[in-house]
Design a protein. Structure first.
Length: 282
């Protein structure tokens, strides 16, 4: 700083206009500082990550914006591989200012579930089942025996609820769920051994007033409605045309609709039953 001040004074003594040079340098420095703001922020973010070490390559982390395995930590950004194999590049400034959950640094994982038993379960059955559950969980090598909690907690609307909670000495996600699967199968075996059944949400409806029913148990059928216009069956119309219905629309015109087969119908304005019928069919 003193050297720069001395150079400026010497240049002024030699007759140079130093004020314009200083102003230009100030504006240029401001522009450079604004342009390098993000780069400097990411660089400081890298120093924070490198100093605090909240994550390293190979660990599984979760942030509000991204979740996956850390693949690379650089000066400007960090690369994270998601479960769908997409690679997400996160600026170090953003990552350093986010809440980071590092699942790879767990010593143990919590296993918790709520079992719902039917209301037909008796108190002695419930007591024996709870004791068997506690013994089964404490005997498993991956489960912390001091953390086992099995309690009959609540009478819910449609079931008796049993809280099961413990800690598993396993940080790997897949291995933890494999142990959870084995525990669930043991629970099903204990339920079958003690003659218990799982309950499911249900509702009972009680009807106080019910309309009378017919002796068969159903309301009497409604009588069929008669057709408005229906021509009487012609003698030459056989059973092949039982599904045909003939409607009269005017006094001078009529048509036939026959669902199956073929027949000949006398014209409504004709007095002869054979008029309009071919000679071979009379």
């Amino acid at each position: 700083m003193l050297i720069a001040l001395g150079v400026v004074l010497v240049l002024e003594q030699w007759g140079y206009n130093v004020s314009a040079l200083v102003a230009g340098l100030g504006i240029g420095g401001l522009a450079i500082a604004l342009a390098a703001q993000d780069t400097l922020a990411n660089l400081f973010g890298f120093t924070t990550i490198a100093g605090d070490r909240p994550l390293v390559v190979g660990e599984y982390i979760v942030t509000p914006d991204v979740e996956g395995i850390v693949e690379y930590v650089g000066l400007r950004s960090t690369w994270i591989r998601q479960l769908n194999q997409a690679l997400v590049v996160v600026p170090n400034a953003t990552l350093a200012g986010s809440v980071i959950t590092n699942w790879s640094r767990l010593n143990k994982r919590q296993m918790q579930s709520v079992l719902t038993l039917e209301y037909d379960t008796t108190a002695p059955q419930m007591q024996r089942f709870l004791e068997a559950m506690r013994g089964m969980l404490r005997a498993r090598p991956l489960i912390d025996p001091d953390s086992v909690v099995v309690l009959f907690t609540e009478f819910s609307d449609s079931a008796l609820e049993v809280l099961v909670r413990c800690y598993v000495h396993e940080s790997d996600w897949v291995a933890f769920h494999q142990e959870k699967e084995r525990v669930n199968l043991e629970i099903m075996n204990l339920m079958a051994t003690h003659g218990l059944s799982f309950a499911f949400p249900s509702r009972s409806i009680y009807i106080e007033n019910m309309p009378p029913l017919s002796p068969a148990g159903f309301a009497p059928p409604r009588p069929p409605r008669p057709l408005r216009h229906q021509w009487p069956a012609h003698p030459r119309v056989t059973s092949r045309a039982t599904s045909a219905t003939i409607f009269q629309t005017t006094t001078t015109r009529a048509w036939k609709r026959i669902a199956s087969g073929s027949c000949y119908i006398r014209r409504p304005w004709s007095d002869s039953p054979t008029q309009g019928v071919p000679p071979g069919r009379r």
